[in-house]
Design a protein around this ligand. Structure first.
Ligand code: ITT
Ligand code: MG
Length: 170
């Protein structure tokens, strides 16, 4: 058994490695099939599923995991949203969503001008590659949680459902 994560982003790969310490995990480039900056729960979730399917289908006996960040509106407020998907070798599709946090209006204005959140966050935080480090969630929580920890929570929700599906520890 091996796990392929549909991304080369270390925050995503490390989150999966932490939750599956005894399984071979590697990250591969995978198309999300959605826009570079997903703008709804549905689009973000689809991006995660497409990435996971891309990984599982390409290799037999492989679990595919897709993790996708996006933004979504709740009334007039824009939130960061995160979705994960796990696709089994038998083609079961397991999904779960992650933390959300409200995005400042100036970042929202940049997103509405089709600038990706990753780019906007580097400018906002005056740092490089925020999306590969603490992430927007880290910046907007005063570093109380990192993007990797947030994705680890999502992978926990995926792994628990996968264990139930496989009658682990029953
Ligand atoms: O290499 P991949 O897996 O694509 O990783 P990514 O950092 O591009 O992340 P996503 O595609 O999942 O996210 C879609 C866009 O939203 C940005 N994004 C999402 N969540 C973010 C976060 O917490 N911090 C910074 N950028 C984020 C990201 O940079 C992309 O531009
Ligand atoms: Mg991306």
């Amino acid at each position: 058994m091996q796990i392929q994560v549909g991304s080369k982003n270390p925050t995503k790969i490390q989150a999966v490695k932490e939750m599956f310490p005894n399984i071979d995990v590697n990250g591969v480039q995978a198309e999300s099939g959605v826009s570079e900056q997903p703008f709804s729960d549905e689009e973000t979730r689809l991006g995660a599923i497409t990435r996971a399917k891309h990984c599982a289908i390409k290799n037999p006996y492989t679990i595919g995991i897709g993790l996708e960040g996006g933004v979504m509106y709740m009334d007039n407020d824009l939130y960061l949203c995160n979705w994960g998907a796990l696709v089994t070798p038998e083609n079961d599709i397991i999904t779960a969503s992650g933390a959300r946090i409200k995005i400042p209006k100036d970042i929202e204005e940049g997103l509405l001008k089709n600038v990706e959140l990753g780019t906007l966050m580097d400018t906002y935080a005056e740092r490089k590659d925020v999306s590969k480090k603490e992430g927007a969630i880290g910046i907007f929580t005063n570093q109380l949680i990192t993007r990797q920890e947030m994705f680890r929570h999502v992978v926990t929700l995926l792994k628990g459902q996968w264990m139930l599906l496989n009658n682990y520890n029953k």
